[in-house]
Write a protein that binds this ligand. Structure first.
Ligand code: ZN
Length: 266
């Protein structure tokens, strides 16, 4: 595709309204997949508004007029990764995607900002200024629901520990009964001595019960289960990163997510 012809050719091209692009910040989690590669910028079509969608640092922005991006541009169409000195690695993100650099279809290529990028079979022009339009913004995240996750995890842990303690106590009871039986057989008159045997029998039964309790004790599994649930839920609602086994009150003191830098809402 020759240079310079695209403006007339593409009335519904990506950035029709260049002077007043409507940029908008999308709600949380939009770019969770991409937040793993913070330098990587994902470009595609927003499913709802059909504007150009630029995902960077885990947050997505819309650019251009609604319905300005043709349907042959996919949601995650290309990625751009800076490779230094004004150079970018451009990459098709899906094998169905079609991307042209200076009119030639590519899968992956190192390009510069003078190169002419078109998305989709309809050759929608990508304007580099779409990237420059992005002013840094302070993202926020509400982590208050994490307090309950932390509290529930602690309560669950306490109940498991209590159970383990009770089983520990149970195992010491037979020893006590046996000692008591032995003591009684020493001090009681002969005709009451059989009582000592009864004590021994009781001690034996309690010991068996203790064994049984130990065998059926699933507190380790329970603990692992609670830990797993906790690790799944004690995550930043924005970037999904696990917050660690750290008290909620300490996390709040950080004021922002250490992973995605989103500021906590008070
Ligand atoms: Zn985060």
């Amino acid at each position: 595709m020759p240079h310079g012809s695209e403006d007339n050719r593409l009335p519904s091209a990506l950035f029709v309204n260049r002077t007043n692009p409507k940029t908008k910040i999308l709600p949380n989690n939009y770019g969770r997949r991409e937040s793993l590669h913070t330098m990587e910028i994902i470009i595609g079509r927003d499913q709802q508004t059909r504007q150009l969608c630029i995902i960077k640092d885990g947050s997505a922005r819309l650019y251009g007029r609604p319905a300005s991006v043709p349907m042959d541009v996919s949601r995650h169409h290309i990625s751009l990764q800076p490779v230094g000195a004004g150079k970018w690695q451009i990459r098709n993100l899906n094998e169905q995607n079609v991307t042209y650099v200076n009119g030639i279809a590519i899968e992956s290529k190192v390009i510069s900002e003078q190169d002419h990028i078109e998305l989709g079979k309809s050759h929608s022009l990508f304007h580099w200024e779409a990237l420059k339009e992005q002013k840094p913004v302070v993202e926020t995240v509400d982590i208050r629901p994490l307090k309950q996750v932390w509290d529930e995890y602690n309560l669950a842990n306490i109940s498991v520990k209590r159970k383990q303690k009770n089983i520990g106590l149970l195992s010491s009871i037979p020893i006590g009964i046996t000692m008591l039986g032995g003591l009684m057989s020493g001090i009681l008159p002969d005709e009451f001595k059989p009582i000592a045997y009864v004590f021994t029998a009781i001690a034996f039964l309690v010991m068996l019960y203790g064994f049984y309790k130990r065998l059926t004790d699933n507190s380790i599994e329970e603990q692992e289960y609670f830990k797993k649930i906790f690790q799944q839920n004690y995550v930043c609602p924005k970037c999904g990163h696990f917050m660690g086994f750290k008290d909620y009150d300490l996390i709040v003191q950080d004021k922002a997510c250490p992973y995605c830098k989103a500021k906590y809402i008070k």
